[in-house]
Design a protein around this ligand. Sequence first.
Ligand code: F6R
Length: 245
Amino acid sequence: MNMIHAKDYQDMSRKAANIISAQITLKPNCVLGLATGSTPEGLYAELIRRYERGDLDFSLVSSVNLDEYRGLSPENEQSYRYFMQKNLFEHVNIRPEATFVPDGLDPDADHACARHEEAIRSLGGIDLQLLGLGNNGHIGFNEPDSVFEKETHCVNLTQSTIDANARFFSSKEDVPTQAYTMGIGTIMLAKKILVIVNGEKKADIVAKAFFGPVTPEVPASILQMHPDVTVVGDEAAFSKLPVNA
Ligand code: F6R
């Protein structure tokens, strides 16, 4: 595992953007696995700046997102499709038909999840998967559990995730209680994985996930078994790492 130390949020965003830019430059028709949430906002803004300067071209890139709330439409401002449109897709030249987010409006969970897996397979798999890290160690919406779920599936969100996401909704009751998410197996099949973390409130879980035991109780800990993982973190998020990490 490659730990890249960044000074602050902006530096983390820039260093992560360097890795994604290198991926796109080396393989213009690459498949990017993308994440939503607060952590990647600065990274997406940096990628947009590079596109606007003429340094990045998304015309051949495809993307697949980790997850989507069950029941939210693409027009719903809290949906992950909406987030991706506003934070990246509308600002760069990625082809709309080459962007895949699980279909939150498909009421048939098995169908929605199978279609997402099929989209990933038909693209030839993910070259670089971007991940944020939940306070409880979740990746995508793979919550702490007794087993690692393999493929894209429907999850019941834990109370801690609902509480953490409530800040985006007008009330806690409006937060969806289920989501479609790539499974741990889907994520682990990506050729490269890039995790970004910032802020003091992630410090404990960063140390636990990347230097603690590998257990489905801390879903991100499985990443220790992946051959090509880079974690970019700011000083606060890396403040509880073992010495020399
Ligand atoms: C988002 C996702 C989640 C977030 C995680 C961290 O698509 O799958 O796992 O990456 O909850 O969220 P933030 O970045 O808001 O701290």
